[in-house]
Design a protein around this ligand. Structure first.
Ligand code: SF4
Length: 408
């Protein structure tokens, strides 16, 4: 796989050595067991896969190169390039400015832009309307486009099924940048509708079966369907694609459910199901798959708690948290400073959108066993920082350097 030029301060020598050793021992990525870092009174199990994915490294590489190649120019990011506060703060410090916040609200007006400005498209991609608007100003976004190829793959897949006459159901968070971008690209080719979760999918299915009257659809799915969507006509042949960072099992369950609804409604057999339901199994991103499967592998270890590191608005990170929460006490943090002490942690509840303090998060007995992973936009240096902070609570532990030596 292509390698990227990523600032060295995002790397961790310890984690790079572990990843290298695991990769060499398991080139086909069949082994999803975690890596044990045994410090004595503290045992840390690192997930087999975590941290920067292809798309994030690509975006960081392009963004910092853009800054270096354009001295004196105004450089804007359409919105957060990736959902990591440290990376975005570093870009701001390098003089890059945001045009929009993550919800699409304006920070700098497009009217203030000129053809001399540079605008970076984020890894999630953007809508056709924004691309056209920037092109109209004379800004050549293709020069500084960090859209991940795995997001583009979903767009291509949508285009493919649209050409075969299917409408497109997008499983994603309706306000997430990537889903808005994918929706925009899908809607150019076919009637499209976004479903956020299984609950919404079940409601959508009621319009397929006729359990619900068409007019209610337009209120219930307001803002989530393409212009001119005809609920009676456009749900007769469908295919499902997803925001690449959704929970893989959720997307699969949604696709399976809609397929079963179509089979029942039209009395389909195995041989003719494709007439009504497009096969789109491969639109999940490799990193999402790897990181989620690695969490499942990590959860096979008997541990006291899990810590997941990443940006609080990061979709892929919140899904890793969701998986861990089902098995053991889980703490979602965005930096090591959130480990306030051996007894107290400040962590994020993504269900409520609030940070909260929990006392007694580490066990009173030793060794303490901690499962550790991070999202696809989280620098490995942050994960190493979390390990170092945990170690500071266990005097007498082996040092990071001693344990790192085992992976050289
Ligand atoms: S999570 Fe997947 S789709 Fe998103 S940027 Fe990373 S590689 Fe690309």
């Amino acid at each position: 796989m292509k390698t990227f030029d990523v600032p060295v301060n995002y790397r961790s020598p310890l984690i790079s050595a572990i990843k290298k050793q695991r990769k060499e021992a398991d080139r086909m990525k069949k082994d999803f067991t975690p890596t044990l870092l045994d410090f004595g009174p503290l045992r840390v199990y690192l997930a087999r896969h975590f941290g920067f994915c292809y798309g994030v490294e690509n975006a960081i590489d392009i963004a910092f190169r853009t800054v270096a190649e354009n001295p004196g120019k105004r450089i804007f990011l359409l919105s957060e390039m990736i959902h990591n506060p440290q990376v975005n703060a570093d870009l701001l410090a390098a003089g890059v400015r945001f045009l929009q916040d993550t919800k699409g609200n304006s920070i700098v007006s497009f009217d203030d832009l000129t053809a001399d400005d540079v605008v970076l498209i984020p890894a999630f991609g953007t809508t056709l309307a924004i691309e056209q608007r920037l092109a109209g100003i004379g800004i050549r976004t293709e020069l500084y486009n960090t859209t991940c190829p795995f997001v583009e793959k979903v767009w291509n897949r949508s285009e493919g099924i649209a050409q075969k006459g299917y409408s497109i159901v997008i499983h994603g968070k309706p306000r997430h940048e990537e889903t808005r971008a994918t929706f925009s690209h899908a809607a150019k080719d076919a009637p499209s509708v976004v479903v956020e979760d299984m609950e919404q999918t079940i409601e959508l299915a009621k319009y397929i079966t006729g359990e619900k009257d068409a007019p209610y659809f337009y209120e219930e799915f307001k803002g989530q369907y393409s212009e001119g969507f005809d609920v009676a006509r456009d749900l007769q042949r469908i295919g499902v694609v997803n925001q690449t960072t959704m929970l893989a099992s959720d997307t699969q369950a949604i696709a399976d459910y809609l397929k079963s609804v179509m089979v029942k409604k039209y009395g389909l057999t195995e041989a003719d199901t494709r007439e009504r339901f497009a096969d789109t199994r491969d639109t999940l991103c490799y990193a999402t798959n790897d990181n989620q499967t690695a969490v499942t592998g990590m959860l096979g270890v008997n541990a006291d708690l899990a810590i997941v590191v990443g940006g609080y608005n990061s979709s892929n990170t919140s899904h890793l948290v969701e998986l861990c929460e089902e098995a053991l006490p889980t703490y979602f943090i965005n930096e090591e400073a959130k480990l306030l002490s051996k007894n107290t942690i400040l962590h994020y509840n993504f269900h409520t959108g609030l940070e909260l303090v929990t006392e007694g998060y580490l066990p009173t007995t030793e060794p303490a066993t901690v499962l550790l992973t991070s999202g696809a936009s989280c620098p490995d240096a942050l994960v190493e920082g979390v390990i170092r902070r945990l170690l500071s609570f266990y005097p007498g532990s082996k040092s990071i350097e001693e344990v790192a030596a085992l992976f050289q």
